[in-house]
Design a protein around this ligand. Structure first.
Ligand code: MD3
Ligand code: FE
Length: 220
């Protein structure tokens, strides 16, 4: 019986600060990616060496301001013919680089912490933002099983994330996504509209003038 000072201290650190429900099924894990940061960045560098960032073109013919690449057995693509997941990088005709163990482990432990212990991502889309780059309001629905969550990891410069609702016209909340933040998007929030405001100029001690966002998906 009774609650000690230490219990309250732990509660404040572990629950009310670090793990926050942002919306129905969306769980923010503040700083969750920080503990394994160096392994993550080393492994990301190796992926990007094999599959460099590129600016893809939308079906409407617009060059995206966000540069993208992928790792894992399926990579997300857009070109003039549409959006899809593909096992092959069209830039070199080779399979996307394998998903490094450090990335897979981070995604699975975050999903578990948010109540999805069986998450087995087969793709990781890697987005790179420079100042001015943005992502317009959209839904993610190219994945086969929309009951599977998406795990997002933010690194580098901070961004303002727009978090809408099930309908495009729904009012949007603005949330800051900072270096090391991980969000698990499951439940109803999985299909909510979202986007990123144009990145502000800045200098991050580890990533310079960039923001990286990793999204782990079960595409198939
Ligand atoms: C909510 N990426 O890659 S991360 C995307 O920061 C994407 O690069 C943004 O939207 C970025 O599709 C936002 C947060 C995020 C990612 C996927 C979601 C939120 C999501 C999927 C469903 C609902
Ligand atoms: Fe998205």
């Amino acid at each position: 019986m009774g609650v000690s000072f230490m219990d309250l201290f732990e509660y404040a650190n572990d629950e009310s600060m670090r793990k926050v429900e942002l919306g129905p099924g969306a769980v923010m894990l503040h700083g969750f990616a920080l503990s394994d940061e160096e392994a993550l960045l080393t492994d990301l560098n190796a992926v990007v060496e094999q599959a460099p960032f590129r600016h893809m073109v939308t079906p409407g013919g617009h060059r995206m301001s966000v540069a993208m690449t992928n790792c894992g057995s399926l990579g997300w693509l857009t070109d003039r013919t549409g959006y899809r997941y593909d096992p092959i990088d069209p830039e070199n005709g080779q399979p996307w680089p394998a998903m490094p163990a450090s990335l897979l482990k981070l995604a699975q432990s975050a999903a578990s912490e948010a109540g999805f212990p069986a998450f087995t991502p087969d793709g990781c889309l890697i987005n790179r933002y420079e100042p001015g780059a943005k992502l317009s309001l959209h839904q993610d629905k190219d994945e086969k099983d929309l009951n599977q969550p998406i795990v997002s990891v933010s690194l580098g410069l901070p961004a303002i994330f727009l978090f809408g609702g099930a309908k495009r016209a729904d009012k949007q909340l603005q949330l800051h996504l900072n270096h090391g933040d991980v969000v698990v998007w499951g439940g109803p929030a999985r299909l909510f509209y979202h986007g990123i405001k144009p990145l502000a100029t800045g200098e991050h001690p580890r990533l310079g003038r960039y923001r990286l966002n990793l999204t782990f998906r079960k595409a198939s």
